[in-house]
Design a protein around this ligand. Sequence first.
Ligand code: PLP
Length: 358
Amino acid sequence: MITEINLAIQEVIESSAFAGGPFVAAFEQDFAAYCGVPYALGVGSGTEALWLSLLACGVGPGDEVITVPSTFMATAEAITYCGARPVFVDVDERTYTIDPEGLPGALTKKTKAIIPVHLFGQPADMDPIVEFARKCGLCVIEDACQAHGAEYKGRRVGTLGDTACFSFYPGKNLGAFGEAGAIVTVSAELQDRIRILRDHGQVRKYFHSFVGWNCRMDGIQGAVLRIKLRHLEAGNQRRRAHAAHYDAALNQVGGLLTPVQASWARHVYHVYAIRVSNRDEVIKCLADRGIGTGIHYPVPVHLQEAYRSLGYKRGDFPVAERCAAQFVSLPMYPELTEAHLETVIDGARDAVARGVEI
Ligand SMILES: Cc1ncc(COP(=O)(O)O)c(C=O)c1O
């Protein structure tokens, strides 16, 4: 793959197609086909993908957008950057995705859209979300930044909402050689609006029909992603096999909760997060064996300092808060070997034996 990527980068350099251009267009075509939608638009990051989707759906000052507190900050930030207000609904205790039963309680006259987050690579339960949104006249924007290739009831994420947003941050299941993102949609109207918005509101060069921004994808990222896309499925399959290995070894261990693949889901395990009562001890015990771990995420968004002005308090979203206190992400990437997995499993078993039931 490295040789192919080097050649592709060389081609970009030789043609000087650095900003947008044919390499991005070719990747867009392949990524749209992969997702099973007519349109994909390359942008600078997943954050931009969310922001432009919201703008294209008409979200602006005074509006509210429903999402979850158990996500990366960018989901809520994009809402704030439109001048709108994020309104949170707690996640389900076992799937870690939005609990659709919380939607009616969060709805107000100002609600314009819902952003379900396919957290860790697990699709949210989209049927009741989309049904509720249609009934209430709301847009649905999938935050698929962690879920490239995940499926909901046999359909790829990206085909389920009005738009879906992907991040190609280097550590993602499909990662660029820098920052990049994409929006996919089945709507010709939304893709038209986003295409113009991402390029300074230009309908043609130097003719601006409205105020947009510069959110184009780099040519080099398009060229690299087009090659890496061909390996995404193999990578996802390996992640799923690693997750099955972890599950089998850890799901009977007391004091530890392994992730659950929902009945509707093909999970792609961007993150494999277990829940434990003694997180610091588990992290230290694994670090002592040379194993790196992560926490996704230590503070739920409604309790972030940046969102103090929203007026939320501890206890408002108990599931998200519990998860934030208990999550530990174990190593998860396609290249993990059986020996790696066994070392992690031994370390995790030892460490949680000193914790308590959760
Ligand atoms: C759930 C979620 N939403 C949005 C983003 C933002 O994507 P980016 O970092 O490409 O801007 C990320 C990236 O980590 C993410 O995990």
